[in-house]
Design a protein around this ligand. Structure first.
Ligand SMILES: C[S@@+](CC[C@H](N)C(=O)[O-])C[C@H]1O[C@@H](n2cnc3c(N)ncnc32)[C@H](O)[C@@H]1O
Length: 262
């Protein structure tokens, strides 16, 4: 086992090369080994060309029927590589720990085993969504959930805040199917959300541009018509706040705030 080995997990951002930070790029170029799990074929090619000692983790991602076993196998593989190969860089897409547990698990495990390990921030799909839809997450507060988790655990949220749902195309799916009919999932999502919003509340299917000079895909539906929407593997569902923004009058008084200053 190599004593002074290290692990650095970086993100590619969403838009090909344009979102890659200078720091992430340097780790990809200079590490002894690069392991990558990214969805864009152009990015895969660029990484392989930039560092000839790079290896795709796709073979582990498609090896198991449940995603949790893929993630476990990938984490173990990363650790094994750190033990054998000194300085390892792992590249994930978007922000490497936003709805991506692998990077966090690998860094925690590496630290536990005494290695230097860290995870660098990247541009996530939520960052692109804020820019493209001109949303300040601080304006009403912002919730984000993985769609299946949201329904399964009946996550509590404030409908007066922004709501972002990831992986809304594979509701109820714990594996990696090539194709999936999401009608049932969309139906259950509408049912749960209609407890909080009217059926004509506007929702947005959002896809950030993955290449420079392309535009984001922004499609608006009413909540009730969401079953007609075509979700893709990169769709994020955004639900704007409902209009009711009533504050707590007692709290206003206790905080000594003048209502006209709000
Ligand atoms: C496993 S998560 C990975 C998220 C990624 N780490 C990030 O930083 O955004 C996959 C989900 O991210 C969202 N996503 C990925 N690419 C996207 C894109 N180009 N536009 C909008 N959402 C995207 C979708 O909700 C998708 O189901």
């Amino acid at each position: 086992m190599i004593k002074n080995a290290s692990l650095v997990v970086v993100g590619t951002g969403i838009k090909f090369l344009s979102h890659l930070t200078v720091e992430a790029r340097a780790y990809i170029e200079q590490s002894d080994k690069v392991l990558f799990l990214v969805n864009d074929p152009g990015m895969k090619q660029w990484i392989s060309k930039t560092n000839p000692q790079s290896e795709s983790l796709d073979f582990l991602y498609s090896k198991f029927s449940l995603r949790k076993y893929c993630y476990q196998a990938i984490t173990e593989y990363i650790l094994q590589t750190v033990k054998e190969i000194k300085h390892v860089c792992v590249v994930l897409y978007g922000h490497p720990c936003v709805f991506a547990q692998i990077g966090i698990d690998a860094v925690n495990l590496a630290k536990k085993e005494g290695f230097y390990a860290k995870l660098l921030p990247g541009i996530s799909s939520a960052d692109c969504l804020f820019s493209d839809l001109l949303i300040d997450p601080g304006s009403h507060g912002c919730h984000s959930f993985e769609a299946t988790d949201f329904l399964l655990y009946k996550r509590k949220f404030d409908p007066r805040s922004h709501l972002i749902l990831y992986q809304a195309d594979i509701i109820g799916v714990l594996g990696n199917p090539r194709v999936h009919n999401n009608k049932k999932g969309a139906e259950l999502l509408i049912r749960y959300l209609s407890d909080f919003y009217t059926l004509n509340h506007k929702v947005i299917l959002y896809e950030a541009a993955q290449y420079p000079s392309f535009e984001a895909k922004i499609e608006q539906y009413s909540l009730g018509s969401l079953m007609e929407a075509a979700f893709s593997r990169i769709t994020t569902l955004y639900i704007p706040p409902c209009n009711n923004n009533e504050y707590d009058h007692k709290m206003l008084e206790e905080l000594g705030i003048n209502a006209f200053d709000l």
